[in-house]
Design a binder for this molecule. Structure first.
Ligand code: PLP
Length: 410
């Protein structure tokens, strides 16, 4: 029985303090006491420069300064302002032109899309499927709206996609439910940095197709980190695989402007369906807009306007893309440095490809993380290991951390 005074627990166990913010606060307190050079805060889910300052794309910030008061003061339509939709669609698909029926619904960040998709494509009491390493908020969101989160084992003993377990869990759930929302966070998965290969995608599509035409499956591809993974076209090569699927399968892209445009606090994102029919696409727009209205109503207008302006001006777009590419390369170097240092220290990590985070499998993550905190290294202990944010520490720190984790694990 939860000890709430007036509030209802509604099946939730709500921690007194958010775990990641709690650790981050301890790191900040240690910095204040011992000095910046004594502390490594690898907990933050945002890209920081080598001095620990938030990276903000100046080309995006400059567009902000050109906004007229009505650009941010006025309500945006529930699904997003008209000029935002083609812009964010282009941002999400880049040079890929889908043949499927697409509709765009604006969301407050990628988070809003996750809530809206679960709310509309699963029933109360249903399970939602994702991998065993997952962004903790998936579970909170599912629980908030009366769903549960079930997981398949992402990787097998060889460190490759565990297609057998994906298929087994899918069929296990579908023996009890007639529909299922599957969340796949790729490329540059949080928390591991794993990216689904084209071969992995073939296995996913085969398993989903084999589930049978009487089952409704929503494949939600959370691409929150796609623009920091590597070459834009290369990392979108899986998209054609989401086309031409049977009518019982609905792929939806969950896109976030938080990382791509460094607009974390502006709460901007979009869901884009890749529907096999016009009717399914129209229904997607209808139900998702209805739920948006009934939860956050309209999403912030300012960020939508900024993104629209960027895509209306070719030179400006090229500038934003070039500036992001600079920071993406910095991030990639950090990730590679961490991976190399882990190998040198004989520290096992979850197969890493790219992104903000890498993970270290560990049996007693809380204990190891506590030991590391005493040495000034702040990481996030998860159920299956430790998450290291390579996005928030310098390349030099990325080289140092693995050996220290290895020592703390002994
Ligand atoms: N999906 C994943 C896996 C994330 O890690 C995040 C942010 O941390 C998001 C989606 C959405 O972020 P936001 O709502 O800030 O756009």
């Amino acid at each position: 029985m939860a000890d709430y005074i007036m509030a209802q627990a509604n099946g939730r166990t709500i921690p007194k303090e958010d775990k990641i913010f709690g650790i981050s606060n301890r790191a900040k307190a240690m910095i204040a006491k011992e000095g910046r050079d004594k502390v490594v805060n690898a907990t933050i889910g945002a890209l920081l420069d080598d001095d620990g300052k938030l990276v903000v794309l100046s080309s995006v910030a400059d567009v902000f300064k050109t906004l007229a008061p009505e650009d941010y003061a006025e309500y945006a339509p529930i699904g997003g302002i008209a000029e935002f939709k083609p812009a964010i669609r282009k941002a999400a698909f880049f040079d890929f032109e889908p043949k499927s029926f697409t509709e765009v619904v604006a969301t407050p960040g990628g988070t809003g899309g996750i809530r809206d998709i679960i709310g509309n494509y699963s029933k109360p009491g249903d399970a939602v499927l994702t991998s065993d390493w997952y962004w903790a908020n998936y579970k909170s969101i599912a629980g908030e709206i009366g769903r549960t989160l079930e997981t398949y084992t992402l990787l097998n003993e060889e460190g490759t996609f565990n297609k057998e377990d994906f298929s087994a869990k899918l069929n296990e759930i579908l023996a009890k439910q007639d529909s299922l929302v599957i969340i796949i966070n790729t490329p540059a998965h949080n928390p591991t940095g794993y990216s689904m290969t084209l071969g992995d995608w073939d296995c996913i599509i085969d398993a989903v197709k084999e589930a049978g035409s009487d089952k409704k499956i929503t494949l939600y591809v959370d691409v929150a980190y796609i623009d920091f993974a590597g070459d834009e076209s290369e990392y979108r090569k899986f998209l054609p695989k989401l086309e031409g699927l049977p009518e019982n399968i609905l792929p939806v892209i969950g896109y976030s402007a938080s990382k791509t445009f460094t607009l974390y606090g502006m709460r901007c994102g979009a869901m884009i369906c890749m529907a096999p029919t016009a009717e399914i696409a129209a229904e997607f727009k209808q139900v998702c807009e209805f739920s948006a209205r009934a939860s956050w109503s309209n999403s912030p207008r300012a960020a939508q306007k900024v993104i629209a302006k960027i895509y209306e001006d070719e030179d400006l777009l090229a500038k934003v893309n070039a500036e992001r590419a600079y920071y993406r390369d910095l991030l990639i170097k950090r990730g590679k440095a961490f991976e190399q240092a882990a190998s040198d220290a004989d520290l096992e990590i979850v197969p890493f490809d790219a992104g903000f985070f890498a993970s270290v499998p560990c049996d007693n993550p809380d204990e190891v993380s506590k030991k590391l905190e005493a040495e000034g290294i702040f990481l996030v202990p998860l159920a299956k290991g430790l998450r290291v944010s390579v996005a928030s520490v310098s390349e030099a720190r990325c080289r140092e951390i693995p050996a220290k984790i290895k020592a703390a694990m002994k």
